[in-house]
Design a binder for this molecule. Structure first.
Ligand SMILES: [Zn+2]
Length: 531
């Protein structure tokens, strides 16, 4: 039985000096009658900006080699976090601060990767990494590929609630699918189709590969376009080359598609042209109701050879025990991993992941520090999880949800941090998922209390709700939030924050240039943590 979280009614704006409100409230509150208690219990110590800065600088330094899972850097980072938890005097669940995350690591041999498209009007052979990436979908498959027909699958979605089926009446078993990124756009006649502007899960590449596997496709190739993908080609190139990790398959899991990859928009155009198809025209058709996948008559010839190894990484876990409901849990997650050492860009091969996510990990540590040092009893227990292998597909969080240390039925809520505010105080704050559960009823008054306007997702088309570690919890039915930061920076002109974020996405996201900078400030992170 899931403990119910009742709506939290308006509270007066009078305790502006209280910090760590939401955690205290969620850990304490079970009914409206608890409001008085929870209000007093939200009087917790202020977070230290210096503490956040110090943890972030350390975790983002080259000494941690980009915190790659299954590598020394990842192990050093998890050891560092466990050390902090221990120093704070937090409880180690079952005697250990670590939950192992077994993974299969798969490395594609770049010299074996081949992809070509041959149609009645020509043939093209694009360039690996510059124009396409390709990996085995099943990490244990040593060699995959073969010749088969290319099917243009539109958005590759079967969405009964939208009365949409791109695979209606067509058998794509054993074929290669070419799939558009994001979900079908809304139209003037159907403004709410697939969530309107917002990306639904049908827009995520994870869904597209899952659906391709269910359809029995031999391979699934997504067409990258910067705007609907939400990031440039360099992110695809970096993320899909080098060692790839997955959780070991359960016997009940759907077998993944044999081969998964991405091509640039230009490759898609040229490939389809080998059979006289116009990419833009097909794309327009794919956006219309009633579209079904097109058998193109183009032959794809592809192969990939790879090696795999069993490897472990670990989530770092610690509990602040509750006083009255110690067996009910609020989880607070933040991923500590990043991409480790990879392809050198501008002479730098360490992917430090400073903002993503040494910053969030540092904030989690400082929140854990403050909560552990507080004399105020909390009703429920708070479980801190510094998650592993998020960048590999939310693997650490997925592992926790599949094998929770404490039953999910006793987990009342999940709060995730991914990216701390490094640029100053804001007047607003973005909380992903607040509209998806009753948790919004707790967040809104708390934001008001702190003088923060709750801003709707600034980039709903990018599907951020599906892109961090709260999502596996949400899928498993745990009410979940991701507390991001705002965009309206105090003392800055309008649009400054949005520009900052756009610049980060274009130039530093998942690149070696996501580094610690002496320019960063941490009062904004304190504000974020205060929520
Ligand atoms: Zn992240």
């Amino acid at each position: 039985v899931r403990p119910s979280i009742k709506p939290y009614p308006e509270i007066s704006v009078r305790r502006l000096n209280s910090f760590l409100g939401l955690i205290a409230i969620l850990a304490a509150c079970s009914s409206e009658s608890d409001i008085e208690t929870s209000r007093s219990e939200s009087e917790l110590p202020e977070l230290s900006a210096q503490g956040i800065a110090d943890h972030m600088r350390i975790l983002a330094s080259d000494d941690f080699f980009g915190r790659g899972p299954g590598h020394l850097g990842g192990d050093l980072a998890s050891a560092y976090i466990a050390e902090q938890f221990s120093e704070y005097g937090l409880e180690a669940p079952g005697g250990s601060y670590f939950q192992t995350v077994p993974m299969v690591g798969m490395t594609t041999d770049p010299t074996t990767v081949k992809l070509s498209f041959t149609g009645p009007e020509g043939a093209i052979t694009p360039t690996y990494l510059d124009e396409f990436v390709l990996n085995a979908g099943d990490p244990l498959a040593a060699r995959v590929g073969g010749d088969a027909e290319l099917v243009f699958a539109g958005y590759g979605a079967i969405a009964p609630e939208n009365e949409w089926n791109d695979f209606q009446g067509i058998d794509v078993q054993g074929k290669y699918l070419l799939i558009l990124v994001n979900d079908p756009p809304a139209s003037p006649s159907e403004p709410d189709l697939f969530g309107g502007v917002a990306m639904t899960y049908y827009g995520r590449w994870t869904y597209k590969y899952e659906e391709a596997a269910r359809q029995g496709a031999l391979g699934a190739i997504i067409v990258h376009e910067t705007e609907p993908a939400g990031y440039p080609w360099s992110v695809v190139r970096g993320g899909w080359s080098g060692e790839q990790f997955a959780l070991p398959l359960n016997p009940t899991d759907t077998r993944p598609a044999g081969m998964v990859g991405w091509v640039s928009e230009s490759v898609a155009q040229r490939a389809l042209a080998t059979a006289g198809y116009d990419y833009e025209e097909l794309k327009n058709r794919a956006a219309t109701r009633g579209f079904t996948a097109v058998e193109t008559g183009i032959t794809v010839s592809a192969s990939v050879e790879s090696t795999s190894r069993d490897v472990e990484t670990r989530n770092v876990v610690a509990v602040r025990r509750g006083s009255t409901r110690p067996d009910e849990y609020l989880t607070v997650t933040s991923h500590y991993d990043h991409f480790g050492v990879g392809e050198s860009i501008a002479g730098d091969s360490i992917y430090n992941g400073a903002y993503d996510n040494a910053s969030g990990t540092a904030l989690l540590l400082e929140v854990a520090h403050a909560i552990s040092g507080s004399q105020t009893p909390l009703g429920r227990s708070v479980l801190f999880i510094a998650t592993a292998a998020e960048e590999q597909g939310l693997l650490g969080a997925e592992r926790y949800v599949r094998s929770p240390i404490y039953p999910l039925s006793q987990t009342v809520a999940e709060i995730n941090l991914d990216g701390a505010n490094l640029w100053g105080l804001t007047d607003d704050i973005i909380v992903h998922g607040e509209e998806r559960s009753e948790l919004g009823n707790y967040v809104r008054p708390r934001a008001t209390q702190l003088g923060l306007t709750l801003r709707p997702d600034a980039e709903p088309e990018k599907g951020f709700f599906f892109r961090s570690d709260h999502f596996p919890f949400a899928k498993a039915g745990v009410p979940s939030l991701w507390i991001e930061h705002g965009r309206d920076y105090r003392g800055q002109p309008a649009g400054w924050g949005a520009q900052l974020q756009a610049d980060y996405t274009a130039n530093r996201y998942h690149a070696p240039s996501d580094e610690f900078s002496a320019e960063f400030t941490f009062d904004g992170a304190v504000q974020q943590g205060a929520l």
